[in-house]
Design a binder for this molecule. Structure first.
Ligand code: ZN
Length: 215
């Protein structure tokens, strides 16, 4: 099974992807993690990507896809994978499909996390990230053992600059426009399923398991 998780930031995609990879042996491919890995290991493409990031620019689609494919190719291809945070646009989705078809590893399932604005704002404004390892916390739902410090590595936790109500609302607008196209695209292929991102993580996970059972 090769899956894409679609949904706005704060919909809980990362949490579900982690649960699925821990319990069901899927490989979790998060663009953020893969990018960080390449930059940290100073790979050829990581160096190129970093030059964009340093200028505050988005890393080009082609580079992101190249990194993902490399990761897919170096892993156990029979295991199946979950893409989280990618594709974000119709252009990326089409480009990704062309590459995956070439490897004979097409996406078979896309899950859309339908999530209300209130949920997204609550989750993102309370979110804290580790400066060193990228781990996620939430001041209410998942606080670290020691305030402001990462449980896993002791790194400093921070609030992303764009995780404030006003910016979140703007980001959601852009997100919804882009996602509408993706929903239509994957819907037309007949591989789109929906869950509510407003539910608690365990409930969402149960729904996902139901969907997977039927596939
Ligand atoms: Zn950490």
């Amino acid at each position: 099974m090769r899956m894409v998780l679609l949904g706005p930031p704060g919909a809980g995609k990362g949490t579900q992807a982690n649960m699925l990879s821990d319990r069901e042996q899927f490989e979790h491919l998060s663009t953020g993690d893969i990018l960080r890995e390449n930059v940290k290991e100073v790979t050829f493409i990581g160096k190129k990507a970093q030059s964009f990031m340093e200028k505050g620019e988005l890393v080009p689609d082609g580079m992101v896809i190249e990194m993902m494919l490399e990761k897919i190719n170096s892993g156990d291809k029979g295991r199946g994978f979950i893409l989280d945070g990618f594709p974000r646009t119709l252009y990326q989705a089409k480009k990704l499909d062309i590459e995956l078809d070439r490897l004979n590893l097409p996406i078979d399932l896309v899950i859309y996390f339908r999530t209300s604005i209130d949920t997204v704002i609550f989750r993102l404004t309370g979110r804290r990230l580790c400066k060193d390892c990228g781990a996620n916390y939430h001041i209410v739902n998942m606080p670290p053992r020691e305030k402001g410090l990462c449980d896993k590595c002791g790194g400093e936790l921070y609030l992303r600059k764009d995780d404030n109500k006003e910016t979140i609302e703007k980001r959601l607008e852009v997100y919804n426009t882009q996602t509408k196209e993706l929903i239509d695209y994957y819907g037309a292929k007949g591989i789109l399923k929906e869950v509510s991102g407003d539910l608690e993580a365990d409930k969402v996970y149960e729904k996902l398991k139901d969907i997977l059972k039927k596939e």
